[in-house]
Design a protein. Structure first.
Length: 268
């Protein structure tokens, strides 16, 4: 028996076959360990796992304080954000963020694109990206982004041999100017290989521009983005830093998160 006030920490539940299958039998075994279920893990709420979704069938279930704060801040972007709305995307795959481009096609005043996402768009526009990281297998809808008038890609890049490793000086000035005008800012994904000081200038400049704009509601998320914010000392200077990466992107693209849907059903 667990003593009053005691805490039990379970092993990584993904080692259990039923976890990622959202198995109700496994979820019922988990539910037998307590009287209430609290989901305070927004970063995994986009996964239909037994400990996230199915467990809510067997216990009174609630969202934790952190999860509620995530939803409140992300909803500020979804529901009539203050304009101009500037969305900044970097990282590796543009296909991961396609849903947000589509969802905010008309709502966003500017999409600022850096990193390998920009490499892919520049390559589609006919620029020789040499040996840079470029996403090859693309959904057809990605090509439509080239026609969005509110999408800005780098005017110049910093090369490391035959690979683009950062956005260039002209691009930094262009992006910083757009960020300064914004009243709502969303950032996910670095502008380059920021782990190397020689190619960190773009990511650092974007973070600095966001931190400097005190008139805007600024939101950032994603593992690399949060790491960059902490590295350059900007993490405490934004309005909100999300703990979610994939969950944040899916929520902003308008998808229903299994963990949140499960809590809503439990309340009915």
């Amino acid at each position: 028996m667990l003593a009053a006030g005691g805490i039990v920490v379970l092993e990584n539940l993904r080692f259990e076959k039923g976890e990622e299958k959202n198995d109700p039998v496994f979820a019922k075994r988990l539910a037998a360990l307590g009287d209430y279920y609290v989901n305070d893990a927004f970063p995994v709420s986009h996964r239909a796992n037994a400990s996230v979704a199915a467990v809510t069938r067997f216990l009174p279930s609630h969202g934790g304080l952190s999860l509620k704060e995530e939803l409140r801040n992300l909803s500020r972007v979804m529901r009539r954000p203050r304009r101009p709305l500037v969305m900044i995307f970097g990282g590796a795959k543009i296909s991961d963020k396609l849903g947000i481009f589509i969802r905010f096609r008309r709502a966003a005043d500017r999409f600022l694109v850096g990193g390998a996402l920009a490499n892919t768009l520049l390559a589609l526009r006919g620029m020789d990206m040499r040996e840079s990281l470029v996403e090859k297998k693309l959904p057809k809808k990605v090509r439509a982004i080239l026609g969005y008038r509110n999408v800005l890609v780098p005017e110049d890049v910093v090369w490391h041999g035959r690979r683009a490793f950062d956005i260039g000086g002209r691009s930094i000035r262009l992006f910083s100017k757009e960020i300064a005008k914004a009243r709502t800012i969303v950032w996910n994904g670095p502008m380059g290989v920021f782990e190397n000081r020689s190619y960190a200038k773009g990511t650092k400049a974007v973070g600095a521009a966001i931190a400097k704009n005190r008139k805007a509601f600024s939101l950032a998320g994603g593992g690399e983005t949060v790491t960059a914010l902490k590295k350059f000392g900007f993490d405490k200077r934004l309005s909100f830093v999300s703990t979610g990466g994939g969950a944040m992107l899916e929520f902003l693209s308008g998808k229903k998160l299994p963990g949140i849907v499960a809590l809503e059903k439990n309340r009915k």
